[in-house]
Design a protein around this ligand. Structure first.
Ligand SMILES: CC(=O)N[C@H]1[C@@H](O[C@@H]2[C@H](O)[C@H](O)[C@@H](O)[C@H](O)[C@H]2O)O[C@H](CO)[C@@H](O)[C@@H]1O
Ligand SMILES: [Zn+2]
Length: 292
């Protein structure tokens, strides 16, 4: 049975920023890699001056443009089965927490959980993922669309399990505190310090104690693919982005290695002081009994 893994992300660019190396890693291994993107990112900033008038308050065309950026990014990551939750345009980027866009009639933050989850269950029934990857209950950093993506992924997985095709393992993206600390220290004297003013990692809206991390996927062979995918999202990730500053300092060690907590399922064999799994499918029988 071919391995099938499903990633649920809120906006175009999250897939590359948070799980790009992992997606490329499994696509290169021949796994069926499905990405579900929940919104088109209509409320995003625009870091490409000549596209400034696409913004929501003017031409309101950023969503369509970001879909094209996403397709380019996925081309860099390998063979990815991409779906928009409910079809392109069904759910709109809700903006940052507390902004007027939260109240838009199609905002993802205001979506009916059962209806949105039903769209995801349909995809899960088709691709039968043994592994699902999404965010923790805080959406990794508190964005309403990320929180909603978590809720929809978890509810859909629950419904799928009731129907006999639930995932064997569910992971949430995570940033180990040791990695955050290393980043803050490495850039402390940098003139281009993205963490300027932050001295304590507790100041970040994200970060997981190393002992609570379950998996570390080394996709450093796909470092270049991840950087190419990030560059495809040029409206969101400018050349001056802190992502590139850190990559420049840490290189493959940062860009190509991605970490996860295990929210559901049995942890497989692991390495290192905390027994981090090195494969998200570890511990699973060859082929899920739930697969078609
Ligand atoms: C990575 C991510 O989830 N980006 C979201 C986020 O973008 C932030 C937003 O534009 C904010 O105004 C900026 O200050 C911040 O730097 C951005 O990361 O929220 C956007 C609006 O919902 C969303 O389109 C974007 O994908
Ligand atoms: Zn996002």
């Amino acid at each position: 049975m071919a391995r099938s893994i499903l990633f649920v992300h809120a906006h175009p660019d999250d897939e590359s920023i948070g799980t790009g190396a992992t997606m490329a890693h499994y696509a290169a291994q021949g796994a069926h890699v499905t990405l579900v993107t929940c919104t088109l990112g209509e409320e995003g900033e625009i870091h490409v001056p000549e596209l400034a008038q696409l913004e929501a308050a003017q031409g309101d065309q950023l969503g369509g443009y970001r879909l094209s950026e996403l397709k380019t990014a996925l081309g860099a990551l390998g063979e990815i089965d991409h779906r928009m939750l409910g079809g392109a345009g069904r759910y709109r980027d809700s903006g940052m927490m507390g902004t007027p866009a939260n109240e838009h009639p199609r905002s993802f933050w205001g979506a009916d959980l059962e209806e949105a989850s039903a769209h995801l269950v349909e995809i899960m029934d088709e691709v039968r993922p043994q592994v699902v990857v999404t965010y923790d209950a805080n959406g990794f950093y508190g964005h309403p669309d990320h929180i909603q993506a978590h809720r929809v992924a978890m509810r859909a997985s629950e419904i799928a399990a009731e129907r006999g095709f639930g995932p064997s393992k569910i992971y949430w993206t995570a940033m180990p505190l040791s990695v955050l600390k290393a980043g803050v220290e490495a850039l402390a004297d940098s003139t281009d310090n993205p963490f300027a003013g932050i001295t304590d990692v507790a100041d970040f809206p994200f970060g997981t104690p190393d002992e609570e991390v379950a998996a570390c996927i080394d996709g450093s062979d796909h470092h270049d693919a991840k950087v190419a995918a990030l560059k495809a999202h040029a409206t969101q990730i400018p050349e001056t982005s802190w992502l590139y500053s850190i990559a420049g300092n840490f290189g493959q060690e940062f860009m190509g290695v991605e970490h996860y907590t295990l929210a559901h399922g049995v942890r497989g064999r692991g390495d290192g002081p905390y027994g981090w799994e090195t494969d998200l499918f570890s511990g699973l029988p060859d082929g899920s009994p739930l697969a078609r």
